[in-house]
Design a protein around this ligand. Structure first.
Ligand SMILES: [Zn+2]
Length: 94
């Protein structure tokens, strides 16, 4: 999924255009990025580094994540930094 999207972005210039300025978060939708950027950096860092991995059975760091919004919540989906299992974090809307 993620790879396919990255390839699509490379192939479709308009898609790449829409993500200008989000080099560090290429998989984020615009509302998700705005939401994410509204969170203080230290909190963001904490949110990323205490994601539960069901495979490792402990908290881990999420990597290669993308962001979407769903019903007012921000949803981050990525991989465990240790075992590469799929992990996700929901940041609830205020
Ligand atoms: Zn893991």
């Amino acid at each position: 999924m993620k790879e396919a999207r990255a390839m699509a972005i490379k192939r479709v210039p308009e898609l790449a255009e829409s993500t200008v300025g989000v080099e560090s978060f290429p998989g984020f939708t615009k509302p998700a990025r705005q939401r994410w950027e509204s969170i203080p950096a230290d909190i963001r860092q904490r949110l990323l580094s205490n994601v539960w991995c069901g495979h490792c059975r402990h908290e881990t760091t999420i990597t290669n994540f993308s962001g979407t919004t769903k019903g007012g919540d921000l949803l981050l989906v990525g991989q465990c930094a240790e075992c590469r299992s799929d992990v996700a974090r929901v940041i609830e809307g205020s």
